[in-house]
Design a protein. Structure first.
Length: 82
């Protein structure tokens, strides 16, 4: 997946995950009981999952996840070990 497409998808997933999260925290009535409380908890947990997935898309964990050009050697600074 290209970097631009991956980051665009990450922003879309982050926004789609943050919107119901904000609604659960700030907009929904807090006096729900029974099954609606479980539904609200499930919506909050799925919102956290979507935010985590968006962060994973934006900042991949390994270089294999990105298709950047790796033909150039990595940059080294003055504090790097020789």
């Amino acid at each position: 997946m290209s970097v631009v497409l991956r980051r665009t998808a990450a922003v879309a997933v982050l926004i789609a995950g943050a919107a119901p999260g904000f609604w659960v925290v700030f907009g929904a009535p807090h006096d729900r009981v029974g099954g609606m409380r479980l539904l609200k908890s499930a919506l909050g947990l799925s919102s956290l999952g979507m935010i985590s997935a968006g962060a994973w898309l934006l900042f991949p964990g390994s270089p294999d996840d990105d298709e950047d050009d790796t033909s150039t050697p990595p940059m080294t600074g003055p504090l790097d070990a020789l």
